[in-house]
Structure formats: structure tokens, C-alpha cells
Design a protein around this ligand. Structure first.
Ligand code: PMP
Length: 426
């Protein structure tokens, strides 16, 4: 019998380019056909053929509470009943803005948008408008959304396709983007020496999660902070992935570094399309209607999305939430690593809060170049074997993985059992 997944994929390819609405979903990197999903609950989701999977992707980060958390769903229901959108301010927007500012002290003012791409694009425009400069620095393998000036040597799907820059980005636009190596302090020093006073902004993932997971060297973020301060450049932390994922204070709380601007997404929308950018009041006040930098959105601060975000942000403030999440993540990755070691497979892992990296390599990579040396063929084999066992990891060797508060002992046991079986026959 032909699977419904397969039929849906075949038909989708006729109407949707590549059959998907975001490229990395297409399984191009790992080969095979994508799985179509119908329903999710807690740590599990079910495909179009009724097969269940333990989900370690969590919609690429938002689902820190697992699928369809009852309190988030309830908040969405209530908000929807009161009207789907007004295109005018609401009290709930004030509530979430206050909460974000409280939880992330570097954010004095915040504006809500609908995607991480919008947040990154707007933060860059704002930094340019504020400084009157054009050049920006980004790091190879970091992904900040698909804005033209940021789609240069980007990570995630852009890496998966071996297509670091996109067609359709004018050379003039990309020409303002200086791309450096993540964790390479000498190269940032050199760039600031050469262009210091022309640099509007440095944008960085404080933990890189779009080239697998690469942790920042201790002095990397500190040096960025110092150079931006010395040169009057805006330091932007892209915390779309790390925000409320690595800890309640985000990565900036973990590493005790105060960026000038921060972008947020994923977790703050609780699974609905919402993201945000915010930071220093003097910079944020350059935005329209107060200042000359234009930025807007019909559905920005959408009441249903805000309700999902607020419900999520309330639940993650429970005492011990992040300790439990980190412990679970550690048990998962340590457990898989032990199974690999027992069967002599070159494999290692690391985790930060609720995000993790899996590397088919002897050593944890600390740079983009080292990530590229990991054994991608081995990852693809592992991915498909685990998928067969009902364990869903990101369909690419260049993505971080995520654990939710709904992942319990049962799910860990099943995952480790599957990993053991696969590595035994490696
Ligand atoms: N920044 C980072 C660090 C991301 O991981 C992503 C998405 N994976 C984005 C920005 C873009 O967000 P979105 O897909 O919501 O546009």
C-alpha cells in the first residue's frame, strides 16, 4: 500500500515548490522524503500514516513545553474567541512587552513582529539608521533569517543546500556584509582595525545553532562587546533560537553580556507566528512613529500569537524549569554518547539548556570549519535509522536539536534503546 506521506509529498510538489513551505523541511540534506504531520501532543507527534515519533525538533525551537500544551491551547482559544486581529494596540501587548523587558534586562523597549526574519531585518535597519553607517559584521554559519543583507554565508537550510549565498541578493547589498569566522577573535580585531568607524552593527548568535551547535569561546562575546562599545557599533544578539531556550535570562544572561539590541522568536510565540526585537531605549526610539527608521506590520502583536506567547512565558518561569530541562537534555545526549562509545562509534555531543548538538566526530567542533569536518554521511544514516524507530531528529547535520519539558524518562529510555540498537549494528 502506498503511504499517505508519500502521496501527500507527490501532490504537494505540484503546487508548492519542492513540496514544502521552508526548504530544510524537504529532507534534501538527509535524503528521502519528508514526513507529513497531522497531530502533536507533548513529546510526540503523529504522521499522515498514523506512525508516532518522539520529537526532538519542536518546530525548530518554539515548543519548549511540547506539542499542544493545554494551557497554551486554552489561552489561544480564549484569545481567538475575542477576535483574531485588530490592527490596533491591545493590553496583552503591553503585558508581554513588560514581561520581556523584565526577563531580559538589556531590553528597555521592545517591538513585536511575526517572524525571526523580520526581527533580524528590522534590527539591522535600526542599527544602520541609528549609526548612519552601512557595514555589518556577521559570522559564517550563523543564520539570522532570509533578509538580503543577512543571507550571506548563512547557516541552516542555506548551508544544507551548499548554497551559502542566495541568488537574487544584489552584490551591492551583500557588499555591505563582512563575514568572519565564529569564535575567531583575531579576525574580529582585524575587521574593526580596518573598518571600525564604518561598522553599524555586529549580529551574532550567542550560541550558534544553525551550523549544528557551536558554543561561544568564553572571550568571543566579551571581545565583540568591547569592540562595539569602542567603535560606536551596535551589538545585536540574535536570540531567536537561544532566547528562553538556554535559560530564563537567554544566552546574554548565561554569559553575562549586555547587547545593545536583541532579536527573539520561537519560544516567545509559543508555537504561533511571533517574534520581537528590542534593546536600548535610545536606539529603539529611532523607530517610527518616534524616529526616522520605518518598520511596521499588519499582524504585528497579533492577539492570538501574543496569548500563546504569554502563556508560554508564564509557564517557563516556574521554579526549577530550566534545571529540569537542562538535566533532561544532558541525560539524553550523555546517554546517546555512551551508546556510541560502547559500540566504538566516533561520536560526541554537547548541550546548553534545552538545546543540543550531535556530532559524528571525535571532538566537539568549535568553529564552522570543524563542523564541516564532521561525518555527514554517518549523521544521515543515524537520522534515517532513528526515524525508522520513531525518533525524529532535525533532518540535517547542521541543525541543533531541542528537548521540551514534556520529554520524560519514558521518552529518554525509548530514545536510548533505539540509539543502542542502531550503534550495535553500525
Ligand atoms: N535567527 C535564528 C538564530 C534562527 O534560528 C532563525 C530560524 N531558525 C531565524 C533567525 C529566522 O527566524 P524565522 O524562521 O522565524 O524567520
Amino acid at each position: 500500500m502506498t503511504s499517505r506521506n508519500h502521496l501527500l509529498f507527490e501532490q504537494s510538489q505540484q503546487y508548492i515548490p519542492g513540496g514544502v513551505n521552508s526548504p530544510v523541511r524537504a529532507f534534501k540534506s538527509v535524503g528521502g522524503e519528508p514526513v507529513f504531520f497531522q497531530r502533536g501532543e507533548g513529546a510526540y507527534f503523529w504522521d499522515a500514516d498514523g506512525k508516532s515519533y518522539i520529537d526532538y525538533v519542536g518546530s525548530w525551537g518554539p515548543l519548549i513545553l511540547g506539542h499542544a500544551h493545554p494551557e497554551v491551547v486554552k489561552a489561544v482559544h480564549i484569545a481567538a474567541q475575542n477576535g483574531l486581529t485588530f490592527g490596533a494596540p491591545t493590553e496583552a501587548e503591553l503585558e508581554i512587552a513588560k514581561l520581556i523587558c523584565q526577563l531580559v534586562p538589556s531590553i528597555e523597549q521592545v517591538r513585536l513582529v511575526s517572524s525571526g526574519t523580520e526581527a533580524g531585518m528590522s534590527a539591522i535597519r535600526l542599527a544602520r539608521g541609528f549609526t548612519g553607517r552601512s557595514k555589518i559584521i556577521k559570522f559564517e554559519g550563523c543564520y539570522h533569517g532570509h533578509d538580503d543583507s543577512l543571507l550571506v554565508k548563512a547557516g541552516s537550510g542555506a548551508l544544507t543546500f551548499g548554497n551559502p549565498s542566495s541568488a537574487g541578493v544584489p552584490a551591492e547589498t551583500a557588499g555591505h556584509t563582512i563575514v568572519l569566522d565564529y569564535n575567531d577573535i583575531a579576525s574580529i580585531d582585524a575587521a574593526f582595525n580596518q573598518w571600525g568607524k564604518e561598522i553599524a552593527a555586529v549580529i551574532v548568535e550567542p550560541v550558534a545553532g544553525n551550523m549544528n551547535l557551536v558554543a561561544p569561546r568564553t572571550d568571543f562575546l566579551t571581545r565583540l562587546r568591547a569592540l562595539c562599545t569602542q567603535n560606536g557599533s551596535v551589538l545585536i544578539f540574535d536570540e531567536v533560537m537561544t532566547g528562553f531556550r538556554v535559560g530564563l535570562g537567554c544566552a546574554q544572561g548565561l554569559y553575562q553580556i549586555k547587547p545593545d539590541l536583541t532579536t527573539l522568536g520561537k519560544v516567545i510565540g509559543g508555537g504561533m507566528p511571533m517574534a520581537a526585537f528590542g534593546g536600548r531605549r535610545d536606539i529603539m526610539q529611532c523607530l517610527a512613529p518616534l524616529g526616522p527608521v520605518y518598520q511596521a506590520g499588519t499582524l504585528s502583536g497579533n492577539p492570538v500569537a501574543v496569548a500563546a506567547g504569554l502563556a508560554t512565558l508564564k509557564l517557563i518561569q516556574a521554579p526549577g524549569f530550566y534545571d529540569k530541562l537542562s538535566n533532561r537534555t544532558q541525560q539524553l545526549v550523555d546517554g546517546i554518547a555512551i551508546k556510541a562509545r560502547n559500540h566504538g562509534v566516533d561520536f560526541c555531543t554537547q548541550f546548553i539548556g534545552g538545546m543540543f548538538g550531535l556530532y559524528f566526530s571525535k571532538k566537539i567542533p568549535g568553529s564552522f570549519a570543524e563542523v564541516m569536518q564532521c561525518d555527514k554521511t554517518a549523521f544521515n544514516r543515524f537520522f534515517h535509522a532513528m526515524l525508522e524507530e520513531g525518533i525524529y531528529f532535525a533532518p540535517s547535520a547542521f541543525e541543533a536539536g531541542f528537548v521540551s519539558s514534556a520529554h520524560g524518562d519514558n521518552e529518554l529510555d525509548k530514545t536510548l534503546y533505539a540509539a543502542d540498537k542502531i550503534f550495535k549494528n553500525w
